[in-house]
Design a protein around this ligand. Sequence first.
Ligand SMILES: *[C@@H]1O[C@H](CO)[C@@H](O)[C@H](O)[C@H]1NC(C)=O
Ligand SMILES: *[C@@H]1O[C@H](CO)[C@@H](O)[C@H](O)[C@H]1NC(C)=O
Ligand SMILES: *[C@@H]1O[C@H](CO)[C@@H](O)[C@H](O)[C@H]1NC(C)=O
Ligand SMILES: *[C@@H]1O[C@H](CO)[C@@H](O)[C@H](O)[C@H]1NC(C)=O
Ligand SMILES: *[C@@H]1O[C@H](CO)[C@@H](O)[C@H](O)[C@H]1NC(C)=O
Ligand SMILES: *[C@@H]1O[C@H](CO)[C@@H](O)[C@H](O)[C@H]1NC(C)=O
Ligand SMILES: *[C@@H]1O[C@H](CO)[C@@H](O)[C@H](O)[C@H]1NC(C)=O
Ligand SMILES: *[C@@H]1O[C@H](CO)[C@@H](O)[C@H](O)[C@H]1NC(C)=O
Ligand SMILES: *[C@@H]1O[C@H](CO)[C@@H](O)[C@H](O)[C@H]1NC(C)=O
Ligand SMILES: *[C@@H]1O[C@H](CO)[C@@H](O)[C@H](O)[C@H]1NC(C)=O
Length: 384
Amino acid sequence: MMFFKNLLVLILTLSCVVKQLFVAAKLPQAEVDVLNQIVKTMGATNWTFDADTACEFHEKSAVTELTRNISCILGPDNSTHHISVIEFKRYSLSGVLPPELNQLPNISKVDFSYNYLNGSIPVEWASMQLTFISLFGNRLSGNIPSQLGNIISLTYLDIEANQFSGTVPTQLGKLVNLGTLRLSSNRLTGNLPTEFAELKILTDFRINDNNFNGSIPEFIQNWKQLYRLEIQGSGLKGPIPSSISLLENLNQFKISDIDGTNQTFPDLSNSTLLRRMTLRNCNISGEIPGYVWEMNKLRVLDLSFNKITGKLANVAVPGDLKFIFLTGNLLSGNIPESILTRGSTVDLSYNNFTQPTLEHRACRNAQSGIRSELVSKFFGGQTT
Ligand SMILES: *[C@@H]1O[C@H](CO)[C@@H](O)[C@H](O)[C@H]1NC(C)=O
Ligand SMILES: *[C@@H]1O[C@H](CO)[C@@H](O)[C@H](O)[C@H]1NC(C)=O
Ligand SMILES: *[C@@H]1O[C@H](CO)[C@@H](O)[C@H](O)[C@H]1NC(C)=O
Ligand SMILES: *[C@@H]1O[C@H](CO)[C@@H](O)[C@H](O)[C@H]1NC(C)=O
Ligand SMILES: *[C@@H]1O[C@H](CO)[C@@H](O)[C@H](O)[C@H]1NC(C)=O
Ligand SMILES: *[C@@H]1O[C@H](CO)[C@@H](O)[C@H](O)[C@H]1NC(C)=O
Ligand SMILES: *[C@@H]1O[C@H](CO)[C@@H](O)[C@H](O)[C@H]1NC(C)=O
Ligand SMILES: *[C@@H]1O[C@H](CO)[C@@H](O)[C@H](O)[C@H]1NC(C)=O
Ligand SMILES: *[C@@H]1O[C@H](CO)[C@@H](O)[C@H](O)[C@H]1NC(C)=O
Ligand SMILES: *[C@@H]1O[C@H](CO)[C@@H](O)[C@H](O)[C@H]1NC(C)=O
């Protein structure tokens, strides 16, 4: 008996869909009707919810990460519920975003990421008090509606990996409560609006892979709480504003493929919390400042494809720094022993390091168990 009970538990545990259905206080029929209309608009033609089960409907596959999640809050009468959260993720839904959302009085969070939704963002949403919108990975297109700027309650806005085009509306600068703004992988053009200077509590800002033009704006210095900044292949040009030095809370800092200017290494001496630093293909000349090798939180350092000069022979690589990419620079002298630690991934190819010492070190380290592909990297490019 015990055996079968255990087996049953095991089978339930292994089943890939974790499903919880709680029968709690009822959802008003009007909201059930709106919910069923919403799923129809989004292209889920065979989903239906009812008043007893719609609330607290939480379904998430551990394997595929398909997620259907509806959460509610209790109304002031303590007997009816109101929908506050809708997540429909990775269901390949191919309809459009539901304008009907504005008929749910207490909705605050929607996550419709990883579907095939097309069209644009309904202007009906502008009158709502949403705090969280994620539309990551859909097929939304056209301009970002300026009316989005009316949802000043927003703390999180992610429209990454869609096909939005045109310029970013200046009205988004009104979203002063934003902590996260992700606009990467769209077809956005023009400059970032100067109104973005007001987004003072941003912690996460990403605009990779777009068609912006103009320079990286000075006003990013206002974003004192910034933790993650990504401007890779955005279309924006350099130089990196010197005021970047004021962003002392940076943890992830990724800028790549900016052109047009010749600049020295940006001053990041006070950004001592940095964990990932990418300054790739930024036309940086001069040397790597000494403080970089004292950033003891640093794990990834990618300075590839610049014009960095100088010698590294005497640097002591911080213990956590396990990924070092200095490919395609003008570094010279001996390769520092401290860079060749076990378990690290290092690419120093296409530089001007001194060959004999290099060969000697590489061979000696190969004998002591350094991975061979690591060693072979040192002989790539012009050092062979
Ligand atoms: C719902 O429809 C989809 C196709 O649109 C189908 O793949 C799926 O099996 C259907 N689910 C149910 C429960 O009928
Ligand atoms: C459903 O959403 C609620 C509220 O955001 C969250 O607390 C809960 O973890 C989610 N459940 C699942 C299974 O994702
Ligand atoms: C609802 O519940 C709260 C806390 O239990 C109570 O303070 C409040 O008076 C209740 N409201 C009604 C309308 O019963
Ligand atoms: C829910 O919506 C009603 C009607 O708009 C509003 O009065 C109430 O304050 C809202 N409750 C919450 C917790 O947002
Ligand atoms: C959205 O996709 C449907 C077909 O799935 C298509 O008929 C419609 O034209 C598309 N709309 C836009 C705005 O791309
Ligand atoms: C952006 O690009 C267009 C077309 O190439 C150009 O006319 C415009 O001056 C550029 N704007 C900025 C701010 O560089
Ligand atoms: C790098 O800077 C030099 C000097 O200012 C400039 O001539 C060159 O065009 C720049 N390279 C790129 C790719 O922007
Ligand atoms: C780039 O700047 C560095 C340092 O400011 C300078 O030494 C170098 O000559 C410049 N290179 C070009 C091509 O202008
Ligand atoms: C770094 O911080 C110190 C102490 O707050 C300050 O004096 C210095 O000017 C800062 N450096 C930069 C480049 O901002
Ligand atoms: C490479 O190093 C050699 C010897 O250290 C030096 O003579 C040469 O100018 C360097 N080449 C470049 C491109 O920096």
